[in-house]
Design a protein around this ligand. Structure first.
Ligand SMILES: C[S@@+](CC[C@H](N)C(=O)[O-])C[C@H]1O[C@@H](n2cnc3c(N)ncnc32)[C@H](O)[C@@H]1O
Length: 208
């Protein structure tokens, strides 16, 4: 297998991998916490989470079987972490059905997932991920932010990524995300800038 699995999740492997663990550690993630990585891909963030968390505390779901396999079979062994993650902690699914693990999560995480999801799919994601996250738990999700009008294209700097409201990669206003969480047991708040090299912003959802 080549390194295509790194490019397929957007490249900047080391930088965006490290950024994820740095952010969550600063937000209070503990080694004893149980973490769900929604849209975990080939474990760009996952290798760092697996190294930091107690063995077996990291879980991931992704719709792409090849990416998940590359994470398990290439990235984890390369990082010397193969024995810290049971295979069953990763699942291939596009239905956000993480209840399948039978675990209550302290933290859920979605780095560059909402950027590829339509509004109905974000709603479905928020609805489903609320089920296995424990009350008091948190869900952090990155997104591309647009101005007051969602119409037209926006080019984000740094990174030069162009987004639209009706085409992948998508942009949203924070209040769109807030509206998508309405009626669900989440309290949404804006984190914003978190030093992402492609100018993605952060939203936080606290489980009521
Ligand atoms: C840009 S990649 C980011 C991967 C990973 N979070 C990272 O930072 O390396 C987006 C990921 O979302 C996954 N994805 C897109 N739609 C999904 C869905 N409905 N359910 C699960 N994963 C999804 C893709 O397969 C891809 O791995």
């Amino acid at each position: 297998m080549t390194e295509a699995h790194r490019e397929q999740v957007g490249g900047l492997w080391d930088e965006i991998g490290r950024l994820q663990i740095d952010f969550l550690r600063a937000a209070g993630l503990l080694p004893s916490d149980t973490l769900l990585d929604v849209g975990c891909g080939s474990l760009r963030g996952g290798v760092h989470f697996v190294r930091y968390l107690e063995p077996g505390r990291y879980y991931g779901i992704d719709r792409d079987a090849d990416l998940v396999r590359a994470g398990l079979e290439i990235e984890l062994p390369r990082a010397g972490l193969a024995d810290r993650l049971p295979r069953g902690n990763l699942a291939v699914t596009d239905a956000f059905d993480a209840e399948r693990f039978g675990v209550a999560f302290d933290v859920a995480w979605a780095q560059s997932l909402f950027t590829h999801l339509t509004a109905p799919d974000i709603r479905r994601c928020l609805e489903r991920i609320a089920r296995p996250v424990r009350p008091g738990g948190r869900f952090f999700a990155t997104f591309f932010e647009c101005g007051e009008s969602v119409e037209g294209s926006v080019t984000h700097e740094p990174g030069g990524i162009t987004t639209r409201h009706d085409q992948d990669p998508y942009h949203y206003r924070f209040r769109d995300l807030q509206a998508l969480a309405a009626g669900l047991p989440w309290r949404a708040s804006y984190v914003g800038e978190w030093s992402h090299p492609r100018a993605q912003r952060m939203a936080r959802f606290d489980r009521e």
